[in-house]
Design a binder for this molecule. Sequence first.
Ligand code: HQG
Length: 186
Amino acid sequence: MDVVRVSKRLSYVLRHHPESAGLTLDGAGWADVDQLLTALRLTRAELEHVVATNDKRRFELRGDRIRASQGHSIAVDLAYETATPPAELFHGTVERFLPSILAEGLRPGRRHAVHLSPDAETARAAGSRRGRPVVLRVDAARLASDGGRFARSANGVWLIEAVAPGYLSRIRVSPIRVRRDTSASG
Ligand code: HQG
């Protein structure tokens, strides 16, 4: 089994296209595990392995149901409670989106929410998916005190409907990350 490939397929099915596997999600995004196993030709043990080893803990497996913890583009209500964020949060993006972001703020695009990270390095990695990363610092303390409603997903991603430009500032990140540890942790 190719764990990364299965994880990507799970994200696709559980966040964006359950119908591609003949599934329907309930209102909170849960799918039936047995149906999923049949559709993706996986064993329960394989699914458990993918969920347990997933680098971002993207999936919640609870008995006979499973869902993605965040990142959906289809209509689901994950029902996370409003939470008080840390003083600052980070968002990773790329240079070409900056003019638009600085004009209109962060918008969720096709997803339900804007995704923010608790640390700059995670944000940098998210931005790197699209090119040379740019990291924005979000003044979460001020945004929360101004009435912004934050939620934290089961896998530690901070979610909010939008972030106006006045709460954003660009921070410097080193262009090349020098890896000094030689462990094989990846
Ligand atoms: C940008 C991955 C123009 C935003 C990652 C981003 C993350 C704007 C893109 C998670 C904008 C949306 C989510 C505006 C935002 N004008 N561009 N006003 N506001 N943008 O993929 O945050 O591996 O929907 O900067 O690691 O990049 O899938 O969101 O570049 O945690 O689990 O519009 O997805 O995690 O892109 O990524 P996305 P994201 P997974």
